[in-house]
Design a protein around this ligand. Structure first.
Ligand SMILES: [Zn+2]
Length: 301
């Protein structure tokens, strides 16, 4: 286990999956892609609010930007980079890996990587799959990411969930082995280990729907274990006025509860002592050292 001196803040990562309110998985099957162009864009406004909050707290973050957002808001990625943050890829059209194959995923990745690199002039190093859909059935995607030149992935959530998750995957950075036998650095979101289970506390619906003490317990535990903490949020979660989509009841509850209090809660999290919130890329040496001290994890169906 890595060690820190008492006066050294644990470097942890704030990550934002930059997508519109209509890109969300809950809307899949209810709002078609052909309707996207007719829907008002809200994402840039929310990103600017988040950039202001981070500036106030002297935080840096990694923004996993969807290629479709980069096309709609061509100045957004450069604004984010100019404010000192990292830009990484969230794919192009927010398709879960289950709906893609090695060929279509390679195209999806190439489009998003190129547009972000063209807009920022910086290399895109990292990727996060929509809805953490990197699971044993989609392990082929590891090799596609390596072929496309990605340096790290942040798509494996080591929790039990009906739609995603790899419950026995490591909860610290690790090397994941794809079907070809090659390895990629994997950096999972924060989990809280309690009663022999990994509880998801890193962000998204868990952040909005659960009391804030869940996330704080996870953060406190990771601090006591010198374990990096990676949190994730979405710009639409901080916009109470997003148009409501015709979703089924469960989708409406998961998506629209907690929007009004989200900014205040994140403000509180960023105020907690003992951490310096930074980008994924600025921690890569630290993550590689942790991963190199553990066993590679073979993701295979
Ligand atoms: Zn997403």
């Amino acid at each position: 286990m890595n060690t820190l001196s008492s006066d050294q803040k644990l470097h942890s990562c704030l990550t934002i999956d930059v997508e519109e309110y209509f890109h969300i998985e809950a809307a899949h099957g209810h709002v078609s892609k052909s309707q996207w162009d007719k829907m008002p864009s809200r994402v840039a406004n929310s990103v600017h609010k988040l950039l202001e909050l981070m500036s106030r707290h002297h935080c840096q973050a990694t923004f996993f930007i969807l290629g479709d957002v980069a096309k709609r808001c061509p100045r957004l990625a450069k604004t984010i980079v100019d404010a000192g943050h990292e830009v990484a890829s969230h794919g192009t059209n927010h398709d879960r890996l289950h709906r893609l194959n090695a060929v279509s995923f390679a195209q999806d990745l190439t489009i998003s990587k190129k547009i972000l690199e063209d807009q920022t002039g910086q290399q895109v190093l990292g990727y996060r799959a929509p809805t953490f859909s990197m699971v044993p059935q989609t392990a082929w995607a590891i090799d596609v990411l390596l072929n496309a030149g990605f340096v790290y992935d942040a798509s494996i959530f080591p929790v039990m969930h009906p739609a995603y998750g790899v419950p026995d995957a490591p909860t610290q950075p690790f090397y994941v082995t794809g079907p070809s036998g090659r390895q990629l650095l994997e950096v999972p979101p924060l989990t809280w280990h309690v009663a022999s289970k990994n509880v998801a506390v890193a962000g998204g619906g868990y952040f909005r729907l659960l009391p804030l003490w869940f996330m704080k317990r996870g953060l406190k535990q990771s601090l006591s274990q010198n374990r990096p903490a990676v949190l994730y949020f979405h710009p639409w979660e901080f916009d109470p006025d997003i148009p409501r989509l015709p979703l089924p009841l469960t989708g409406r509850l998961r998506t629209y509860i907690g929007l009004r209090s989200a900014m205040r809660k994140l403000d509180h999290i960023l105020s907690l002592p003992g951490r310096q919130w930074t980008t994924m890329s600025s921690n890569l040496d630290h993550f590689r050292a942790i991963a190199g001290g553990g066993q590679p994890y073979a993701l295979a169906a």
